[in-house]
Design a protein around this ligand. Structure first.
Ligand SMILES: [Zn+2]
Length: 372
């Protein structure tokens, strides 16, 4: 096991939940302190408050990974006699950095919404609302036949040719290439001012458009020709589709009242609020952690029988009732599922990378409500 630093840990984390996935204006990333330091222990928490900071201090954590950014709106001052200033002062005094992963963690595969969907027994899980995708690009390159294997391998190593659960996908056809080097050329094959006819292969691969520069670099450093000939074509197909919320089906139909009990039990909450006929049968379930008030119509259009989300407003509940969508509100705090989810995922990644770092899921409840 090797010592590591916060920057390295966060770069591994961002391979899973890149900041680019976050919705516009969401202040994700490093919020307090620096990543330029050694880390041995990291606290994973839903919220950063005085209790969770105390927990980080007690456990000797150098870094906190939080779902809710403690600095959400622009700071107007840094007064250490007001709650937010007291919190930040305490973090800085104890040299504890805070990194926030908010909507990027909601959207990431295996993130908050996937964790909720699997806790709620959903199957055939899909994205509720797509927020990100990129186009596929195709490269067709012409290589002398003795270089084909090397070029193909370089393209695969750079990440081209990944289709679904397959990688190293390519198609090769053989043909004749013709070219005449001019006076200034330094040809790999042939002489100046003489037409060459060479047995060449056309190798075709696809990749997401964001990988274009990396793939071209791999091609140009491996291809033997002075001027490799290639085509780049933007395809209509989309890949890396990501988004907010999830929708899936239950193994079998059940009545809303029974399912509400299961939600309560699975998410470990003392109560849930339910909108809709408790005897109605439900099977298709949409879920969105946190505040999903804006997604009522989207859940309905996606065909959900019931939508599970937090912070439901009175009038939104009435709207849901009017369009025949049942809603179960287990509260916002159910997003705490990310504490063990992130700690387990990152522990696995760090064990694979032989990094000596411990992820500690916070044991503190940051639920502000109590039932009387
Ligand atoms: Zn939230």
């Amino acid at each position: 096991m090797k010592e590591t630093n916060a920057q390295h840990i966060i770069s591994l984390f961002e391979q899973w939940a890149p900041k680019s996935l976050a919705v516009d204006g969401d202040p994700v990333g490093l919020q307090v302190g620096t990543l330029n330091k050694k880390v041995t222990k990291i606290l994973v928490t839903l919220d950063v408050n005085l209790d969770t900071v105390e927990e980080a201090i007690t456990n000797g954590c150098e870094l906190i990974i939080a779902h809710h950014p403690p600095i959400f709106r622009g700071l107007k001052n840094m007064r250490t006699d007001l709650p937010q200033g007291i919190l930040i002062e305490k973090l800085i005094k104890h040299d504890i950095a805070v990194y926030a992963a908010h909507t990027n963690l909601d959207i990431a595969k295996g993130g908050v919404n996937d964790l909720l969907a699997s806790a709620l027994h959903l199957e055939n899980i899909e994205i509720l609302e797509q927020t990100f995708s990129e186009q596929l690009m195709k490269l067709a390159v012409f290589t002398p036949k003795e270089s084909t294997a090397a070029v193909r391998a370089a393209l695969s190593t750079a990440g081209a040719g990944k289709i679904g659960d397959y990688d190293s996908c390519s198609f090769t056809t053989r043909g004749e290439g013709r070219f005449k080097p001019l006076e200034e050329a330094t040809p790999y094959i042939g002489q100046a001012n003489e037409l060459s006819v060479v047995e060449e292969d056309k190798v075709e691969v696809v990749f997401p458009v964001s990988m274009k520069n990396k793939i071209l670099k791999a091609l140009l450093t491996t291809h033997p020709y002075e001027e490799p000939a290639y085509d780049l074509v933007l395809l209509e197909a989309e890949v890396n589709i990501k988004g907010l919320g999830r929708i899936g089906i239950l193994p079998e139909k059940q009545i809303l009242g029974d399912y509400a009990h299961l939600v309560k039990q699975q998410l470990n909450v003392p109560f849930v609020r339910v909108v809709g006929d408790l005897t109605k049968k439900v099977r298709k379930v949409a879920v969105l952690g946190g505040d999903g008030n804006k997604y009522i119509q989207i859940a309905k259009r996606a065909g959900a029988d019931v939508f599970i989300t937090g912070d439901l407003y009175f009038h939104v509940a009435q709207d849901a009732e009017a369009i025949g969508l049942s809603v179960i509100d287990p509260g916002h705090h159910v997003e705490q599922i990310m504490k063990t989810g992130v700690a387990e995922y990152m522990t696995k990644v760090c064990v694979e990378n032989k990094l000596a770092v411990e992820f500690i899921p916070s044991k503190i409840s940051t639920e502000p409500f109590q039932l009387i």
